[in-house]
Design a protein around this ligand. Structure first.
Ligand code: GDP
Length: 457
């Protein structure tokens, strides 16, 4: 991710100043500020914001107190680190408002309406948000009120089916207002707690788009309106956010395509400068490439400092998962199948993969030589290979404990051919699964033995 490179450059600049043993405090702070400013400008952050960040840090470190230069080395280090961190957070923090949070199991329906230009990532993000809330234990439904773009309903439908989220839409009804109203009414009647309405976009900001947005909004009375904005447009994000804000009073923004775009940092700071809160960011095309946004968490992760809050969020996301509970029950009973193994791997990849977790655990990324990006790529590839292999297995094979492959080795060759892998890779996966299975079995047997002993006593 390009922003991790930016983080690395900033960390290097700070570390350079911290490790500078020569006593010219002012010169080392100025060198650090120069390197930080260059890195931010290269990442499309607005020049005014960069120069204001530069003078705030300089003021706090140099002009604020003449004693800073004579502080003991460790205190001086802490001060520099804290000041840079705080000011980077200030740069992307929109202090004027906070994002509304919903509480699960309230038995009330909350309607969330999406707005934004075509191609910004609205439909994809609707499903991401639906999955986010479903993983927190909410009953979530999706409504496709985009009757403008051909294929929009099919896209939402496919995403929703894949993510196991109930959906509503129409192939024949031309009025987006009517579809939105019907969908929301249906889900409200069925006591859905979060109802997400996808609306249509246009290629540019047009009168007709704003009129339609207002009509739908008046009809479904959303509790929250979210604007989806493509981060790859960089600083222009500020203008676009303002134009939408004037016609639809949205609560917050979701910035998409934050992966791999140098302009992402520019978009975040520009949006923050327009006093609009950012609620989430999209970091890829996959359903789980989605993160709650908080300035502190974002900066911590970017600088490789880890972020316990997002780790908690990841753990929370599997707590309510029915599939996770089923797999755990099978594990407890020592009846693990290859299908359970697949589900387990899905869960891990849904939590954002081990490498994403590495970024969230303070210090771990550093321990791995700051190479979490490389690790992320190799774990993602490993997961993909595992899924390709398991997707080429028959139902009978998936519902087995895997020994069928050793009894009939031709099955391995068939799976390898179907998944574009080697027989060795297929065998490796089954062996891995067997090892896990025998561990589970001995645990389960130990548990049963303990239960027998307790019953006998
Ligand atoms: P809509 O017209 O606003 O509904 O946009 P879509 O949801 O159809 O998305 C447009 C394109 O952007 C699709 O190819 C998505 O896969 C892609 N997209 C959406 N969000 C992200 C993201 O966070 N990162 C990346 N790389 N692509 C995204």
């Amino acid at each position: 991710m390009v922003l991790l490179d930016l983080g690395k450059k900033i960390s290097n600049a700070v570390n350079g100043a911290l490790n500078n043993s020569n006593d010219d405090f002012v010169a080392s702070v100025d060198n650090m500020l120069k390197a930080i400013s260059t890195a931010l400008l290269q990442n499309d952050v607005n020049i005014k914001l960069v120069s204001s960040l530069r003078s705030s840090i300089r003021n706090k470190l140099i002009n604020g107190s003449s004693d800073n230069a004579s502080l003991p080395q460790q205190q001086r280090k802490n001060l520099i680190q804290k000041t840079v961190f705080d000011e980077l957070c200030n740069l992307i923090d929109c202090k004027s408002s906070t994002v509304q949070e919903f509480k699960p199991r309230k038995r009330t329906s909350n309607v969330i309406m999406f707005v934004g230009l075509q191609g910004a990532g609205k439909t994809t993000t609707c499903t991401k948000l639906a999955v986010y809330y479903a993983s927190k234990g909410f009953k979530v439904g999706l409504v496709c009120a985009d009757t403008f773009r051909a294929g929009a309903f099919d896209q939402l439908k496919q995403n929703a089916i894949k993510a196991n989220i109930p959906f509503y839409g129409s192939y024949s009804e031309p009025s987006p207002v009517k579809v939105a109203m019907e969908g929301v009414a249906k889900f409200k009647k069925e006591k859905f707690e979060i109802i997400i309405v996808d609306t249509s976009g246009r290629h540019q900001q047009e009168e007709s788009l704003f009129e339609e947005m207002i009509e739908i909004s008046n009809a479904v009375k959303p509790n929250q309106t979210l604007m989806v904005l493509d981060a790859s447009i960089g600083q222009v994000a500020e203008q676009q956010a303002k134009a939408f804000k004037e016609s639809s009073d949205f609560g917050s923004i979701i910035l998409t395509k934050m992966d791999g775009h140098a302009k992402g940092g520019g978009a975040i700071s520009a949006v923050a400068a327009s006093q609009t809160p950012i609620s989430f960011i999209g970091t890829g095309e996959h359903i789980h490439d989605f993160e709650k946004f908080s300035p502190q968490s974002f900066i911590k992760k970017m600088l490789g400092l880890g972020d316990i809050d997002s780790l908690k969020d990841m753990m929370e996301s599997v707590k309510h998962d029915k599939v996770a509970q089923e797999v755990q029950e099978n594990m407890r009973q020592g009846k693990l199948t290859l299908l359970d193994f697949r589900k387990q791997m899905e869960m891990v990849s849904r939590m954002g993969s081990m490498a994403k977790m590495t970024q969230a655990i303070p210090g771990l990324s550093d321990m791995m030589g700051g190479n979490s990006e490389q690790l992320m790529q190799s774990t993602n590839q490993m997961f993909k290979t595992l899924f390709y292999i398991m997707d080429s297995m028959t139902k009978k094979e998936l519902n087995s404990d895997g020994s069928i492959f050793f009894k009939e080795p031709s099955r391995m060759a068939r799976v390898a051919r179907g998944s574009g892998t080697s027989v060795g890779e297929v065998e490796g996966l089954i062996q891995q699964f067997h090892q896990m299975g025998s561990m589970m079995n001995s645990n389960a047997q130990r548990k049963l033995h303990q239960e027998d002993l307790m019953a006998a006593n």
